[in-house]
Design a protein around this ligand. Structure first.
Ligand SMILES: *[C@@H]1O[C@H](CO)[C@@H](O)[C@H](O)[C@H]1NC(C)=O
Ligand SMILES: *[C@@H]1O[C@H](CO)[C@@H](O)[C@H](O)[C@H]1NC(C)=O
Ligand SMILES: *[C@@H]1O[C@H](CO)[C@@H](O)[C@H](O)[C@H]1NC(C)=O
Length: 628
């Protein structure tokens, strides 16, 4: 047996020790290293292929652990309605996200992917989640503290399903209700939209006092990365046409559509999504001056910029006409992560070619990757990439439903109460011999929730998810001796012959979202108008409008005794009954101008020749019957 001296043994041992720890110790994996050091260390190790992988976001339907491993995919999303299985449980969501994550972790450098989803009024793709009122109703509340709490609750429900990133909030300033996404906007008034960016610290957590401007911030495993969208001017398009052209001078753009971005960045928003729309004819996905010059350089935004779904494809008309041009234009504009979402090999090939041939400088690729890594490091994804089941009970919790119910109460606007001021109809008596509930929207949870609920365009009917319809809420709230008769679309004879004490008519718009939601006529869905006239012509009635925006109401107003705008209240219909019967008072004030006729549009507060049916800020108040 050979004998070695102690010093030689020690030397050999040290060599092995150093070699093995060198293999294990990688600076970027060390949470004690400063963020900048970790980013630098990691990016130095990355190949071009790995860098481009980070810049791709693909749809879950085209993703698998193998695809993510093979192409170094940096991000996966659920498009609207894209779920692991219909009515999937929180556990099933966690399993799916973790499975994708294991693919990412098994790559050479083990960079975790980030999963994103449209959680725009609660965790709205997910069965059993609490569905909060859409933003159009939240603007009415004028209550940023409430909206922040909604952000806290939404973050918990999103994390319950293993997801760390939401494409919210939409901080559009909708200037024309003909736009099908107007309900995603808090208000036509940018000051209200600015105030409601409080949802960002709700979703992400409060930034530390010493945080530098523009640095993204997510405070831990119960918070999620947010996304201010759609940069910029999405709510200002001609005639409210979706994805169209916003014609306004620079001063107008900066004073109406930009201010909420400044607030969002100050509050540490992690990501910004680019708008499909154009500004004075130039596609925002190709607008270098605004995306790089303004957002990144002037506002010092340090998170990542993400495209919209097929957003770079739509730089050309028709979309995808010249994809290599789209890739080049989009990346040179300053987009960091591309929501591809399907043909990622084509994207990968084009961008690889352009980077290798220096059509796109490596400095631009590195800028994109640094920003994506900054968000991932900052939010602790490297330390805890896999989700556990500890938050599953947050999904649709009673506490969150109570919060949503409060939001519903504060988002309703009482537009008329009694044919004369001396004879208010509301609050309604709980005790009456027989009352009528009518209308297409009285017992329809899908319409009540609107678009971006379970499905991209939303649904009708009651079995899409768990919630309380307005009819159920009324039944819950009236005296047990009161007989509630429900007839969706009664004729005049039925109403007259029944001798109802009063009637509640609930009508409005069917569910819709982007692309399909634009309307040039803004009418109530059939047979809503005839229901209003059949009922209100025969008995005292309150009409409740369930809609994503002001609709044509002027010709029917005289026949109604009372009128309530309920917007798109979500799953907690009980909040409406809370106000109808006086358990709480009405406090909401319009955050949008209610027009008389569509040919007045666009018409916003502050315009010359302002002649609305109900002006911005209008809303009648009632006192609660009892103290609550
Ligand atoms: C705006 O809409 C019109 C009418 O649909 C269309 O012809 C035009 O190309 C659109 N413009 C943009 C910038 O999308
Ligand atoms: C596509 O765009 C590239 C880059 O601008 C250009 O060189 C090429 O001619 C375009 N191809 C077509 C078919 O328009
Ligand atoms: C209003 O426009 C929508 C589509 O935007 C259409 O489906 C509906 O039929 C129109 N209603 C009337 C009364 O013209």
């Amino acid at each position: 047996m050979a004998r070695f001296s102690i010093p030689i043994m020690r030397f050999v041992f040290l060599c092995f020790w150093a070699a093995s720890t060198e293999a294990v110790y990688m600076k970027y994996k060390d949470p004690k290293q400063p963020l900048g050091v970790r980013i630098k260390d990691l990016i130095w190790r990355m190949t071009l292929e790995e860098k481009i992988g980070q810049m791709m976001q693909i749809e879950r339907g085209f993703a698998s652990a193998d695809v993510i491993r093979k192409y170094y995919i940096g991000s996966v999303l659920s498009g609207g309605g894209s779920v692991p299985a219909p009515k999937a449980s929180a556990e099933a969501w966690v399993d799916m996200v973790n499975e994708f994550q294991r693919g990412a972790l098994s790559t050479r450098l083990g960079i975790p992917m980030i999963y994103g989803i449209d959680a725009v009024h609660g965790h709205n793709n997910v069965y059993k989640a609490t569905i909060f009122p859409h933003n159009v109703g939240l603007g009415v509340t004028r209550d940023p503290v409430l909206v922040k709490k909604i952000g806290v609750a939404t973050a918990l429900e999103v994390r319950a399903t293993g997801i760390p990133y939401a494409f919210a909030p939409c901080i559009a300033v909708c200037r024309d209700p003909r736009w099908g996404r107007c309900y995603e906007s808090y208000s036509e008034d940018h000051k209200i939209v600015q105030a409601m960016t409080e949802i960002i610290p709700g979703l992400q957590g409060d930034i530390p006092a010493n945080s530098r401007k523009g640095i993204p911030f997510v405070s831990g495993m119960t918070k999620i990365a947010a996304c201010a969208k759609h940069f910029v001017g999405d709510g200002g398009t001609i005639k409210g046409i979706d994805e169209n052209n916003t014609v306004i001078d620079l001063h107008g753009l900066l004073s109406v559509h930009m201010p909420a971005y400044i607030d969002s960045i100050r509050k540490g928003v992690s990501t910004v999504m680019v708008s499909y729309s154009s500004w004075n004819g130039k596609k925002m996905h190709a607008n270098h001056d605004l995306v790089t010059g303004f957002l990144k350089d002037k506002l010092k935004f340090r998170g990542f910029v993400i495209s919209d779904w097929l957003g770079i494809d739509k730089i050309t008309s028709p979309p995808h006409a010249n994809y290599s041009y789209s890739v080049q234009a989009g990346i040179l504009t300053g987009i960091d992560m591309v929501m591809v979402p399907q043909d990622f090999v084509e994207f990968l090939n084009d961008l690889t070619f352009q980077a290798k041939n220096k059509i796109i400088p490596m400095s631009r690729i590195d800028d994109a990757v640094k920003r994506i890594l900054r968000v991932k490091f900052m939010m602790g994804l490297f330390e805890k990439p896999l989700a556990d089941l500890s938050l599953v009970n947050q999904l649709g919790s009673q506490e969150h439903r109570e919060l949503a119910r409060e939001a519903v109460r504060k988002s309703l606007v009482l537009l008329k109460n009694g044919k004369t001021i001396a004879n208010p109809l509301l609050p309604l008596p709980k005790k009456a011999s027989k009352i009528l509930v009518a209308g297409s929207h009285a017992d329809n949870l899908g319409y009540q929730c609107g678009g971006w609920t379970i499905e991209w365009q939303g649904l009708g009917g009651n079995d899409l998810t768990i919630g309380t319809t307005i009819l159920t809420a009324i039944n819950n709230n009236v005296d047990p001796s009161t007989r509630v008769v429900y007839n969706e679309n009664p004729d005049v004879e039925f109403v007259k012959s029944n001798k109802f004490s009063y009637a509640i008519v609930v009508v409005g718009e069917h569910a819709y979202s982007e692309m399909y939601g634009d309307s040039q006529n803004l009418t109530i869905a059939k047979p809503g108008v005839s229901t209003i006239h059949n009922v209100c012509g025969a008995v005292q009635c309150v009409v409740i409008i369930v809609s994503g925006r002001p609709v044509v109401i002027e010709p029917h107003l005289a026949t109604m005794d009372a009128l309530v705008a309920a917007w798109l209240p979500g799953t907690e219909g009980q909040g409406i009954a809370d106000l109808l019967f006086g358990d709480y008072g009405f406090t909401g004030k319009l955050a949008r101008t209610w027009f008389k006729t569509v040919d007045q549009l666009p018409m916003n507060v502050g315009d010359p020749h302002y002649d609305p049916l109900f002006p911005f800020g209008f809303g009648l108040m009632t006192k609660p019957l009892r103290d609550n």
